[in-house]
Design a protein around this ligand. Structure first.
Ligand code: PLP
Length: 347
């Protein structure tokens, strides 16, 4: 007897990238940052009064929302925080998509999006990216009567930066909420955050897991006009951001310069690694992120396994259109030099 709802029983669920516990790998599989977070985060952690943990956290995460609003040139009323941006995506589904309704999402993209639709008991409206992983001209038509359209910009796992001009056109034409997931934006040199002021149906989300080196802390931020935020607040758990996260994430947001310097280092490593892999005969998609999407000159799944045997963990997706690629997160410059050396030997 399976007591779960049908829509849960019939899906596999999302499978996150491996967090190995035994053997030590050069870990290039979940787009974490190889550098530590801002020293201001360490200072805030040391100064945190642990006895305060007997109290609930501030429900709206006001400290973080104020710091984020200052950074984005918005008001705290334009910001909602989540336990990672995955939490915000769940809140989005529950706020904007009915059971039996429809979620639009680009394909290929972050493979969590369709799983969230399944969990909600909603239908899929995949919007197929072009051969060079750009938005198709008929994206709005493909999204059809979906009430929420989620896309990642830059996209994952392809690393591609989508055309902002097309995104504005979608925002104008699409009748539902357009959610732009900017998880990797700090590695791209472009942002759609200003679209929030112009379009009442646009949400832009960020995460502190990548550029801010805080994947373990779990903090996501979404920005939109007040009405959208107001409605999402009704859906979120009362205390979805814990007290320690509120202090530490605020400290990180007050030291954006440190994050940006790290992002710059990673961009340099990315470009150097891309050039080296192209020399080895790989197709390397242009990347605006902290990872490379790479088609090796031999079977991708075999390369993935061989790299793992040699101590390098990358990501492989056995999914349509991406199964010939591996996704490689940028480590430190030394990590990537060692990676390229091993990769060359394997080929
Ligand atoms: C496109 C995209 N959005 C969101 C996330 C999730 O981020 P978080 O750690 O904030 O839940 C990821 C994580 O890999 C991602 O690739």
């Amino acid at each position: 007897m399976n007591y779960a709802r049908d829509c849960i029983a019939k899906i596999d669920g999302y499978v996150p990238g491996e967090q190995p516990q035994g053997r030590t790998y050069v870990k290039l599989n979940t787009n974490e940052n190889p550098y530590p977070p801002s020293p201001k985060v360490g200072e805030a952690l040391r100064n945190f009064d642990w006895t305060r943990l007997r109290l609930y956290s501030e429900p709206s995460a006001l400290m973080i929302r104020q710091a984020a609003a200052d950074w984005f040139g918005l008001k705290p009323e334009n910001i909602i925080c989540g336990n990672g941006s995955d939490d915000l995506l769940t809140i989005a589904l529950r706020t904007f998509v009915d059971q039996g309704g429809k979620l639009a999402f680009t394909e290929p993209s972050y493979s969590l999006y369709p799983v969230l639709a399944d969990i909600q008991g909603a239908n899929h409206a995949p919007v197929t990216l072009t051969d060079d992983f750009q938005l198709p001209d008929d994206a709005v038509e493909q999204a059809g009567d979906a009430t929420l359209f989620i896309l990642a910009n830059p996209n994952a796992p392809t690393g591609t930066l989508l055309s902002k001009e097309k995104l504005c056109k979608i925002a104008e034409k699409f009748r539902g909420v357009l959610w732009i997931d900017e998880a990797y934006v700090d590695f791209s040199g472009q942002t759609c955050m200003d679209m929030v002021k112009k379009y009442p149906n646009v949400v832009v989300s960020r995460t502190m897991s990548k550029s801010f080196s805080l994947a373990g802390l779990r903090l996501g931020i979404a920005a939109a006009q007040e009405l959208l935020i107001f409605e999402m607040f009704k859906v979120k758990d009362s205390y979805n951001v814990d007290m320690i996260t509120q202090y530490l994430a605020t400290a990180a947001l007050r030291d954006v310069e440190y994050m940006q310097a790290n992002a710059k280092r990673i961009i340099t490593t990315r470009e150097k690694t891309a050039a080296a892999l192209r020399k080895l005969g790989c197709v390397v998609e242009p990347s605006a992120t902290n990872f490379l999407f790479v088609k090796p000159p031999k079977d991708a799944e075999t390369v993935f396994k061989q790299l793992k045997d040699n101590g390098f963990l990358v990501r492989y997706f056995k999914l349509p259109r991406v199964s010939e690629y591996i996704r490689i997160t940028m480590g430190t410059e030394e990590d990537m030099d060692a990676f390229v050396k091993t990769f060359a030997e394997l080929l």
